[in-house]
Design a protein around this ligand. Structure first.
Ligand SMILES: Nc1ncnc2c1ncn2[C@@H]1O[C@H](COP(=O)(O)OP(=O)(O)OP(=O)(O)O)[C@@H](O)[C@H]1O
Ligand SMILES: [Mg+2]
Length: 337
């Protein structure tokens, strides 16, 4: 029950009771008492309603740092850099009661390395309903914006869509998948929402989260990971600074990145570029073990090994990184279990 409806009912009862006042003081007292009791009942109903129906309230939206940390530590494999940045970024943002701008993350890397998976972990740590939340919105370029000739319409639709959703709930989350297939320029249409504005047309975007996913920059990341591997260095020795320059350059200068020369990058509106490393044999084994667990099967290392052995790796001669990351593990497991 909406608070407004409650007020109307209360006013109506008070009005009715004031009419009766002239006639009989005792029934007036009873009417006012009834109105108060009814308001109490309605308030309780309202709480029950909020309890069962997802609303833009802390009962449904509140950040659980322990959950995010545990999930990143235990469920995400081979992504020490991404894991660290994501935890820091989301925690810093969510614990700030008055952020100056929305949180904007751009996740980059080879296919099947966990970009969508991490977005899901973030959503689950913020929204009780996770990816099923009414306040989490996913846009996929090829699905929502397939035709270049409709770009003008897409731009205004996207603006309206984001504005409408943030008006509805300032703690909204927007995930833009396949950014590399997005027409350069489309993302510029929501640029004002990502900027340092207090309010735009009465709407504040400062508590929302925007996540962009793409394969752009993946080649540069692989190159660096391969150099470390060839030099016999531990993968964990790779630091963000080893990847940052190649990443931001390849994203900005790549006309297939979705960010190509956008003012989003020009104006530093992306808070974090998050690199995802290509996955190795050991990570694929971990993914297979996790998948068996998720299916309530006894995790069998021999099966996991078999699944990992059957995947394709590159470069051809060294066979270091899985071509599809952990992406096909789920379907592959059906053959072995
Ligand atoms: N680093 C990882 N740790 C654990 N599981 C992973 C990892 N990477 C991928 N997976 C598993 O593989 C599935 C597919 O990965 P995901 O969809 O996140 O890949 P992606 O990086 O978004 O790839 P693409 O660029 O092709 O969209 C995930 O649902 C998850 O189960
Ligand atoms: Mg993906």
């Amino acid at each position: 029950m909406q608070p407004r409806r409650q007020h109307v009912l209360l006013l109506w009862l008070l009005f009715y009771s004031s009419m009766a006042e002239a006639l009989e003081p005792i029934s007036t007292t009873i009417a006012v008492g009834m109105a108060a009791a009814l308001t109490g009942i309605l308030a309780r109903y309202q709480n029950i309603f909020y309890y069962f129906h997802e609303c833009c309230r802390p009962e449904w939206i509140s950040f659980n740092i322990t959950r995010l940390k545990t999930d990143l530590d235990n469920k995400l494999f081979g992504q020490h850099i991404a894991s660290r940045i994501i935890l820091k970024a989301v925690n810093g943002f969510m614990s700030n009661p008055n952020p100056k701008k929305p949180l904007v993350l751009s996740l980059h890397g080879w296919t099947g390395t966990g970009k969508n998976f991490v977005s899901q972990l973030i959503a689950e740590s913020v929204y009780a309903e996770g990816m099923h939340s009414r306040f989490v919105h996913v846009f996929t370029s090829t699905l929502h914006f397939p035709h270049a000739e409709h770009m003008a319409t897409y731009k205004s639709q996207l603006q309206q869509w984001v504005r409408g959703n943030v008006t509805n709930c300032e703690r909204s989350m927007f995930i833009f998948d396949e950014m590399d297939k997005m027409h350069p320029g489309l993302i510029d249409s929501i640029k004002p929402y990502l900027d340092y504005y207090d309010k735009l047309d009465g709407v504040s975007y400062r508590k929302s989260i925007f996540i962009f996913l793409s394969n752009a920059g993946g080649d540069g990341i692989i190159q660096t990971a391969l150099e470390f591997w060839k030099a016999g260095k531990n993968r964990e020795e790779i630091e963000l600074k080893d990847l940052e320059t190649t990443l931001s350059l390849s994203v900005f200068n790549n006309n297939k990145s979705g960010f190509f020369h956008t003012s989003l990058i020009d104006k530093n509106l992306v808070d974090f570029f998050v690199p995802f490393l290509p996955l190795e044999y050991q990570h694929v084994v971990q993914c297979a073990m996790a998948e068996m667990k998720a299916r309530s099967l006894e995790p069998n290392p021999d099966v996991a090994d078999q699944v990992a052995r059957d995947l394709v790796y590159f470069p051809k001669s060294e066979r270091v990184f899985s071509v599809k990351g952990c992406k096909t593990i789920e379907s592959k497991l059906d053959f072995y279990t």
